[in-house]
Ligand binder design. Structure first.
Ligand SMILES: [Zn+2]
Length: 275
């Protein structure tokens, strides 16, 4: 079975060779690889300066170029940075990166500041993978990451996007927001602009319950597998995640082979192929 890990972070300094070897060892066919956060001060409240972005873009683009079929590079912009729309164009059109990774950090997904970026992404037609849920990574930003804040995207129906971690601990809210986006397209899942990235965030005690709710309500066509590991730790982390999720989906929930394949591959393929 092909496995697509939709959520892998770069720390900076990794090589394509070590990433591909890690994927081979873990039995993973394809990954979404997030560029490192531009600039140095991830904890700071200010946006990175424009010149901090180019090295992060070039680094992930160079890795993608080694095997563009297996490595989908994503650009990580901060919407508050000056000239960000030009940088998005550069990353996605000139360098061929596959989409955006974004973490709300003292900006909210519903801020009007974001609307020009959403318009740009509608025009470009590539997806955005958002963080959603409690944010252990940096600062006091979790309040900007609640799933309902993403409802603003219903005004930009051409933007395909995913919310990570099933938005834990706001799993029910995340699933309800998915319902809202599906209702916006007359309940046709195939036309729904929202995906859920199920990468960890849900601790073990919540994982089964979260998937038991998400699978029947959302369907496996819109639930993507991911690990949230770093590019250097795929071989060590991914097999454990694959085993645990397979156990839940197959042994605990009795999903069909087709549903399991949608979860591990088809949902991400649909996000990146446009339907
Ligand atoms: Zn992550």
């Amino acid at each position: 079975m092909n496995i697509w890990d939709c959520h892998v972070h770069m720390r900076g300094g990794e090589t394509a060779d070590e990433i591909l070897r890690g994927m081979d060892a873990a039995g993973i066919t394809r990954i979404c690889l997030f560029a490192r956060y531009p600039g140095r001060d991830i904890e700071g409240h200010g946006p990175p300066p424009a010149e901090a972005y180019r090295p992060a873009i070039e680094e992930v683009a160079a890795i993608q170029e080694v095997d563009p079929d297996r490595i989908y590079g994503l650009f990580w912009p901060d919407p508050r940075s000056e000239g960000i729309l030009d940088l998005v164009e550069y990353a996605l059109l000139d360098k061929g990166l596959r989409g955006l990774k974004m973490i709300p950090n003292h900006w909210s997904p519903c801020d009007e500041l974001l609307f020009p970026l959403y318009e740009k992404m509608q025009a470009i037609g590539k997806p955005i993978q958002f963080h959603s849920g409690i944010l252990y990574g940096f600062g006091d930003s979790s309040r900007f990451c609640q799933p309902v804040l993403y409802e603003a995207l219903v005004n930009f129906p051409g933007v395909r996007f995913s919310l990570a971690h099933i938005s834990w601990p706001w799993v029910d809210e995340c699933i309800a927001v998915f319902g809202r986006f599906r209702a916006a397209v007359r309940y046709q899942t195939a036309d729904c602009q929202m995906w859920i990235d199920t990468c960890r965030g849900t601790p073990d005690a919540w994982r089964l319950e979260a998937l038991r709710k998400a699978v029947p309500f959302c369907g496996t066509k819109r639930l993507m597998y991911g690990t949230d590991c770093t590019a250097g730790s795929i071989a060590g982390n991914a097999p454990w995640h694959i085993r645990k999720d397979t156990d839940i989906l197959v042994n605990e929930m009795g999903l069909s082979e087709e549903q399991v394949e949608e979860f591990f591959w088809g949902a991400a393929e649909a996000l990146y192929s446009g339907g």
